[in-house]
Write a protein that binds this ligand. Structure first.
Ligand SMILES: [Zn+2]
Length: 174
C-alpha cells in the first residue's frame, strides 16, 4: 500500500514506494528521498560523533556533557558537521591553550571556546564550499583550467593555519 512517509534527512514528505528504505534489524524502516541523502545522513552522524569525541578529549571529560553537545549542535545546525569538525581540528591548539585559563564556571568556559570557533569558522566554510563546487564541476567535466588553478590557490585547507601567536596576543587583552 502506498502511503506518505517523512524523509529522515530533509523531512520532506514522500511516498514509501519511491523512497529509499533503510531497514535496521529490529526497528521500523527509515525512509529517505534517495540513496544519496541516506549516505549523507550517515556521514553527518559520524561527523557529529567525531566532534563530540574531539571536544570531550580537548576538555578532558570522559563524555561530552549535554550543554556542550547542545553548544556543538548549534554550530552544526548553523554551518554543518563537516565545517565544524574541520574548524575544531584546525584550531585545536587555540582551544587547548584557551582551556588552560581558570574559568569561574562552565558557562564562561563555553563562551570562550565558542568565540574561538566562531572567530575562525568562516574561512573554513568558504574553502569547503569552493572545494565542493570544484568537485561538482570536475564530475560534470565543466571545470576550466583557470578555475582549477584559482581554486587550488584559494582553498588549500592546509594553508589555513591557526596563528597561535596572533591568538595569544589577542587573548592577553582580555
Ligand atoms: Zn529527503
Amino acid at each position: 500500500m502506498v502511503r506518505k512517509v517523512k524523509c529522515k534527512y530533509c523531512e520532506r514528505e514522500i511516498t514509501n514506494d519511491k523512497a529509499f528504505r533503510f531497514i535496521n534489524n529490529k526497528e521500523k524502516p527509515i525512509y529517505y528521498c534517495n540513496e544519496a541523502e541516506f549516505i549523507e545522513s550517515l556521514k553527518q552522524k559520524s561527523n557529529r560523533e567525531e566532534i563530540y569525541k574531539l571536544m570531550s578529549d580537548l576538555l578532558r571529560y570522559e563524555f561530552l556533557t549535554p550543554i556542550w553537545k547542545k553548544c556543538m549542535n548549534e554550530f552544526i545546525e548553523k554551518y554543518n558537521s563537516e565545517i565544524v569538525r574541520e574548524t575544531i581540528l584546525k584550531f585545536k591548539n587555540n582551544i587547548v591553550y584557551g582551556l588552560n585559563k581558570n574559568f569561574e564556571n562552565e558557562f564562561i568556559k563555553m563562551r570562550y571556546i565558542k568565540a574561538i570557533i566562531e572567530n575562525n569558522i568562516e574561512p573554513i566554510k568558504k574553502s569547503i564550499e569552493i572545494l565542493k563546487t570544484r568537485d561538482e564541476k570536475i564530475k560534470n567535466e565543466t571545470l576550466t583550467t583557470n578555475e582549477l588553478y584559482d581554486t587550488g590557490a584559494i582553498c588549500d585547507l592546509s594553508k589555513i593555519k591557526s596563528n597561535i601567536l596572533e591568538f595569544l596576543k589577542d587573548s592577553d587583552v582580555n
